[in-house]
Design a protein around this ligand. Structure first.
Ligand code: C2E
Ligand code: MG
Ligand code: MG
Length: 747
């Protein structure tokens, strides 16, 4: 062939292009490839058109048109040769197959218009088509919609008609790929939006390109952000992490992550973000890349903070709770041996807090706890901690600098501050607290050990107020006994091992029984009788007293009513109240309930209170006493003479009976001073219309002196020791007999 060389070149280029394109089509995951394929297509079409037109025009004389048509026929691209008057239309096999027509039977002009996607005989459109250097058509065939990019050139111009050569490139697959890529891109974008993931990418680590979601998160105006601006938006504490992440290139290429707080540009508060980042090293052809995904984790962080708060912060006082104290305490304990440090642990207890709480209400109780915590907090020094252990128990850990007076001094200052705290409407209440302290690591083998020893020291004060006591190893044994006693007593209450004994009270003028005092006993299963002095104080400090007193009140009322029903003379049942019982806000209701339950008339019930108890809060005591008096319940002042011994209180307290303490009676027959005091007290009491009773009468001599001194009643071993109810039945009968004899023979 004369034109063999250029045509061969065209065919080679065509074949090469077709190869590239078909290869590209098999790799549908890159938008770049789509672009390459487009460009290649255009180049390819231009080359084909160029060569074919050259062949057709320059060598037309030497080319056999049949040969030419044959060449076109076999070319693996769509080719159409046509004249603008449509007298000549040649379409190669590739194009015919694509249109899906039987070429012989089909109207050629219609086939051409279909191939070009034009309306038949539309002159304007064909002009448009010719003018356009590349034109895209689409038409439907049995397999779907086909898209073809056309390149057309004029190969022959005559007066009447011109001949054009159109070479096509099938874009159908490319279009599909592009659509797929577009939807993949959309999918990617929406996924990012849905997952609320922002992307930040940088090739030079100076400027970052932010994805739309990252733009939204950071509140920036455009998608490029300077690294210095980004840095300034990060919380100062977290900048170091970010800087390290940017600078450090992880050679392993693995994904790392940091958490940092970022303030939205123009925003006022920080949000927490997780930044998962990766560095990609540059190669000879590619720039290095640094980028990562930003995920807002503020909510998770808030949850973590909340969990930590719930786990470690006391709800009422907002200082550390027991968990936190134990964790920090043990950490400090562990450092002691390593760093040769030592710490003081001060355990504090608000005196009579349960009374304050009952009296003033829970709101005021909480107010006191909060303020106490606040005071403690002021005494915390670096490395230490203030915490609420439970109820009204608090702890303070202070670093020791060799000053042994530090814990006592600090506790005293806390007491002073606390005493200044005023509770609205309860001015009469003076707040005080007690403290026990120990030192770690010397006072125990663990933090818990040391803290328990501080608690031992505190308990060793035995309920006294405003005490400050340091731990000594000798305390240990007695406290252990006490703790055990407390546990055993709790069990004893549940197992009904508590029982009331009754000690008669005698009218000194008639010798008749006028009352009994209910005295509690703990009778162990083996029959051992434990006296109240051994367990009532423990009960009071451990709040078991509430249960005990409830039992005494109800059982005393029930027994007295039973004796009445049994026909024994009406007598007064006296019960003993501790300060915890007496200062209860619902004291009146409880007493009323016991009376109602037993159907005992209030005048046959008497409550014994000690001086110390009544005077610890005199205003409140008077108000409580008046409440009981309103019910008709009698009030006795127990152990009179052992406490403050001020007779002036008799003016204020609405008592009905005064019990002279046993200490005055024991030696009254020899001790003149005791006799004078007793006589004077009886006189004054009488003037106030208060009856008197002497405790601990053990012999007739004492009885006689007291009768002479005009004491109304007597109680003591002379008449009877405390005894169980059944024994009292016998006593009643015996007493009735004796007194009947006395009345029969008054001399
Ligand atoms: P108290 O109320 O002063 O009770 C009188 C105590 O003196 C009783 O001791 C009684 O047995 C004892 N006693 C009576 N007569 C004589 C006597 O002639 N000579 C001697 N040496 N002692 C005599 P008890 O029963 O051991 O009670 C001791 C304290 O325990 C009571 O003192 C009272 O304060 C308290 N207590 C007793 N029972 C109860 C109770 O049910 N509740 C409360 N809160 N305290 C109670
Ligand atoms: Mg008593
Ligand atoms: Mg007494």
């Amino acid at each position: 062939m004369k034109f063999g060389n250029p045509l061969a070149a065209a065919l080679v280029i065509t074949a090469a292009t077709v190869l590239i394109v078909s290869y590209a089509l098999r790799q549908p995951d890159s938008a770049l490839l789509v672009i390459i394929v487009y460009i290649a297509t255009i180049i390819f079409l231009s080359i084909i058109v160029y060569f074919i037109s050259k062949i057709y025009s320059k060598h037309k004389s030497s080319v056999d048109p049949e040969d030419f048509i044959e060449i076109c026929e076999d070319l693996n691209t769509e080719i159409a040769i046509w004249s603008d008057d449509f007298s000549l239309i040649i379409m190669n096999k590739k194009l015919r197959d694509l249109i899906g027509i039987d070429y012989e039977k089909y109207d050629k002009k219609e086939a051409l218009f279909t191939a070009f996607g034009l309306k038949k005989e539309n002159g304007e459109d064909i002009q448009q088509f010719i003018k356009s250097p590349s034109y895209e058509s689409s038409f439907k065939n049995p397999n779907g919609t086909v898209s073809i990019a056309w390149s057309t050139s004029l190969v022959k111009k005559r007066k009447k008609r011109s001949v054009f050569l159109s070479t096509g490139f099938n874009l159908t697959e490319l279009k599909k790929m592009k659509n797929n890529l577009a939807s993949a891109n959309d999918f990617f974008k929406s996924s990012m939006e849905l997952a609320e993931i922002g992307l930040l990418m940088s090739s030079d680590k100076k400027k970052f390109v932010a994805s739309p979601e990252a733009v939204k998160m950071l509140g920036i105006k455009n998608s490029t952000i300077d690294v210095s601006v980004l840095r300034s938006m990060i919380h100062p504490n977290d900048r170091i992490h970010f800087e390290r992440a940017v600078k450090y290139v992880d050679a392993s290429g693995s994904v790392n992550s940091i958490e940092m707080q970022i303030k939205n540009s123009g925003g006022s508060s920080y949000r927490w973000y997780n930044f998962r980042y990766k560095s990609i090293k540059g190669t000879a052809n590619t720039a290095p890349l640094f980028g990562g995904a930003l995920i807002d984790v503020t909510q998770e962080h808030e949850k973590d903070i909340l969990i930590e708060r719930l786990a470690y912060i006391d709800e009422v006082t907002e200082i550390a709770n027991r968990n936190k104290l134990m964790a920090t305490g043990q950490e400090l304990y562990d450092t002691c041996n390593v760093l040769s440090h030592s710490y003081w642990i001060i355990v504090l207890d608000i005196d009579r807090f349960h009374i304050v709480n009952d009296t003033c209400g829970y709101e005021n109780g909480n107010y006191i706890l909060k303020n106490f915590a606040h005071i403690l907090y002021k005494f915390v020094t670096p490395g230490g901690i203030a915490a609420r252990i439970s109820g009204d128990n608090f702890a303070l850990i202070l670093k020791d600098y060799g000053d042994d007076d530090l814990p006592s001094r600090t506790a005293r200052s806390i007491q002073e501050e606390f005493a200044k705290l005023a509770v609205d409407d309860f001015e009469a209440i003076t707040l005080s607290c007690s403290a026990g302290f120990s030192k770690m690591p010397s006072d125990g083998n663990s933090f818990l050990d040391v803290m328990e020893h501080a608690e031992f020291a505190l308990k060793s004060a035995n309920g006294s107020q405003s005490t400050i006591i340091g731990y000594e190893p000798s305390m240990h044994d007695s406290i252990i006994g006490r703790n055990e006693l407390e546990k055993a007593l709790a069990l004893a209450i549940d197992n009904n091992e508590l029982q009331l004994f009754y000690q008669p009270k005698i009218d000194l003028r008639t010798g008749k029984i006028m009352g009994v005092e209910a005295l509690i006993r703990w009778i162990k299963p083996d029959g051992t009788v434990i006296k109240p002095d051994s367990f009532v104080p423990v009960a009071e400090s451990s709040h078991l007293i509430g249960k005990i007193s409830e039992f005494v009140l109800n059982e005393g009322c029930r027994q007295n009513k039973l004796w009445q029903k049994m026909g024994y003379p009406n007598i007064v049942m006296s019960i003993n109240f501790t300060s915890t019982d007496f200062y209860q806000a619902d004291l009146k209701e409880k007493v009323l309930e016991a009376l109602a339950k037993s159907k005992l008339d209030a005048k046959w019930l008497e409550v014994e209170l000690t001086e110390t108890l009544a005077l610890s809060d005199i205003d409140f005591a008077v108000s409580q006493m008046n409440k009981l008096r309103e019910l008709g319940v009698k009030l006795a002042m127990d152990d009179f003479g052992t406490g403050y011994s001020s007779l002036s209180y008799l003016q204020i307290l609405p008592i009905t009976l005064l019990k002279l303490d046993r200490s005055f009676i024991t030696d009254i027959q020899h001790d003149n001073i005791a006799f004078e005091i007793v006589s004077a007290v009886i006189r004054i009491a009488k003037s106030k219309k208060i009856e008197t009773i002497a405790e601990g009468i053990e012999n007739k001599e004492q009885e006689e002196i007291l009768r002479q001194a005009q004491c109304d009643y007597g109680q003591g071993y002379l008449y009877g020791k405390p005894m169980p109810a059944e024994k009292m039945n016998e006593f009643f009968e015996e007493n009735a007999k004796i007194t009947a004899n006395i009345s029969d023979n008054p001399n």
